[in-house]
Design a protein around this ligand. Structure first.
Ligand code: AN7
Length: 353
């Protein structure tokens, strides 16, 4: 029987583990890389892949970093973890906290996080504080709080989060046999673009790949501090996960962009929704709006002067579509039809179409 041991065990040689690090796992990582059937070919790219990070145990890529951060917190005998979150980090922290007996405290911007994510934190039994302010306000508060109380901060400023998230880059190289030409990735607090770039560099330095990708990051147009070159006080986008005006890893994202000869650009909410709907209706892939920003960005690449012929591209689909039922319901054009339960009634209805 093949038993997947989780990503700390699988990638221990490349992770900051000590002899005392517990190899904890909820089965995170090992996510599918799926070839695009329509979206890639529609702009002449036959080798577009989607990395389905929504297949992680709590439905987002955050589990990769969280498992590493929680393992190190346990090693250091911490009993409490804390984070600010646009939703996915809080879901992930709460899950690992529940499983490993840590008290989880999450601060979220009131009324701003997707319902599925909030329900996850509730289900896992975290203590949830909804703050009257933005994610950036909640994050500033959490940073002050950990100066005063003995709690392990598990936002991506925690270096172990970044380390764990590097494993997604390892998986891509392990699957494709080389690094792709381009990575398209949504950018919020900018931890993930930092992690991927570190991960590809790590594998390159170890001779596991002979090439490096160009990192193509995308922010929502109404929440694009890195692209604009200044903080956004009142970020606005339908992609609530990346509604962030002052990213913690801002400088590291610029470094990833510049070292990789990549770019960080914007996508509008309309472009995000277009990609979101195409992914579900044409490709059968239901991701959350922030993840669709990666694909919206991919679709902009020809306009940004990028030649995609013969290129391999991976779009990182960071979170599951079920996380945000409100957006999904608003965008639906399918109507649910009411019918009596007998076959004649069903047939009669079907004849009308
Ligand atoms: C689905 O959960 O910041 O650029 O608090 O949930 O590494 O921040 C989430 C971010 C992309 C952006 N896609 O990644 C949080 C949080 C999804 C996300 C991002 C997030 P970063």
């Amino acid at each position: 029987m093949f038993y997947y041991p989780g990503l700390i065990n699988r990638y221990k040689e490349y992770l900051p583990v000590t002899e005392n690090t517990p190899f904890i796992s909820l089965g995170e990582g090992n996510t599918p890389l799926v070839l695009s059937t329509t979206i890639g070919p529609s702009i002449g790219c036959e080798k577009l892949f989607f990395k389905l990070e929504g297949c992680n145990p709590t439905g987002s890529f955050k589990d990769r970093g969280m498992v590493m951060a929680v393992a190190r917190a346990l090693e250091q005998k911490k009993t409490r973890i804390v984070c600010a979150s646009t939703g996915n980090t809080s879901a992930s922290a709460s899950a690992y906290g529940a499983r490993y007996g840590l008290k989880s405290l999450v601060l979220v911007p009131a009324g701003e996080i997707a319902l599925g994510k909030l329900l996850q934190a509730m289900a896992y039994g975290a203590r949830i504080l909804a703050v009257d302010g933005s994610f950036d306000d909640a994050f500033a508060t959490v940073r002050s709080l950990v100066e005063i109380m003995d709690m392990e901060l598990v936002n991506s400023v925690n270096p172990y989060r970044i380390e764990g998230q590097k494993t997604a880059a390892f998986e891509i190289v392990d699957t494709l046999g080389e690094a792709p030409d381009f990575i398209c990735i949504p950018v919020g607090n900018a931890g993930n673009i930092t992690s991927y770039w570190d991960g590809f560099k790590t594998y390159y330095e170890h001779g596991k790949s002979v090439n490096l990708p160009r990192m193509m990051g995308f922010q929502a147009a109404g929440a694009a501090p890195i692209v604009n070159g200044e903080k956004v006080d009142d970020p606005e986008t339908i992609a609530s996960a990346i509604k962030i005006g002052n990213p913690a890893s801002w400088g590291k994202a610029l470094k990833a962009r510049d070292e990789s000869n990549g770019l960080i650009d914007v996508v509008t909410d309309d472009q995000i929704i277009n990609a979101y709907l195409r992914l579900s209706r044409e490709e059968g892939i239901f991701c959350e709006p922030a993840s669709a920003a990666a694909v919206a960005g991919f679709l902009r690449l020809p306009d940004l002067g990028v030649d995609l012929s013969d290129k391999t591209v991976v779009c990182i689909l960071t979170g599951n579509g079920l996380k945000d039922p409100d957006v999904s319901e608003k965008q639906a054009t399918v109507e649910i039809e009411i019918v009596d339960h007998d076959v004649e009634s069903v047939l009669k209805l079907l004849q009308n179409h």
